[in-house]
Ligand binder design. Sequence first.
Ligand SMILES: C[S@@+](CC[C@H](N)C(=O)[O-])C[C@H]1O[C@@H](n2cnc3c(N)ncnc32)[C@H](O)[C@@H]1O
Length: 223
Amino acid sequence: MSGTTAAQRFYGRWALLYDLVARHTPGVGGLRERTASLLALEPGDTVVDFGTGTGANLTYLRERVGPEGTVIGVDFTREVLDRARESVEREGWENVHLLRGDVTRPPLGIEPDAICSSFVVGMLAEPGTEVERWIDALAPGGRIALCNAARSRRWYGPVVNAPFRGLVLVSTPGPRRRGFERSATELLDERIAEAHGTLAERCDSVVEEDHAWGIVRISAGTL
Ligand SMILES: C[S@@+](CC[C@H](N)C(=O)[O-])C[C@H]1O[C@@H](n2cnc3c(N)ncnc32)[C@H](O)[C@@H]1O
C-alpha cells in the first residue's frame, strides 16, 4: 500500500489502547454479539469483517462459522492487524485470515456469504458508495450488518450527546481546527445515516435497531 492516512497514523499509534477499549468497554461485547447474530451465519460460511481493527469482532464471527468456515479481517493499519494476529495465533484459529488493504478497494477475489463492519463507515469519505460496493461483492442471498455510533435521536438525546461529542473529539483522526468538534460530530452523523440508509435501500429483511441510549445503530439485511 502506498501513502499513510491520518487514520492509519492514529490507529497505528493507539493500537494497544484501542484494543482495550474495543474489547472491554462495558456493553460493547453485547453489541458485537448482536451484530454477528443478525448475520445469521451458519457453519461453513465465509464472512468478511471490513475495518477489523484489532479483531474484536473475530471471536463472535468465528464461533458462528465454526472450524469449517472462513473469517477474513481487512484493515489498512499494520499495527492494529498485528494485535489481531496475536489474538488469532493465541486462539489457534487456522481459518481466520487477516488482510492488509483498503476497504474502499476490497482485496478479496471471493464472494463472501456475509459482511460485517463495526465503527468504520464513519471514517469513509463516501460511505454510501462503499456500502454499495460491499453489497455488490456478496454472494447471492448474502447478508450484511453494520454497527456504528452517532448522536442519539431519543428525547433525552441532548444529555447523552454531550459526552458523546467529547468521545468523537478524542477519537477522530486528523488535525484539530476551530469548530472541529462540531463538524466532526455532524460529519459522523451524516456518514452513518448514509451508510445505514444505503443498506436499507439495497437489502431485504432489513433490521434496524438502536442501543446504548440511542447512540449505537445496528442495521442488517439480506441481498
Ligand atoms: C474505530 S476502528 C474499528 C475497528 C473494529 N471494527 C472494531 O469494531 O473495533 C476503525 C478501523 O477502521 C480502519 N479503517 C478506516 N478506514 C479504512 C480503510 N479505508 N481501509 C481499511 N481500514 C480502514 C482503521 O485502521 C481502524 O482499524
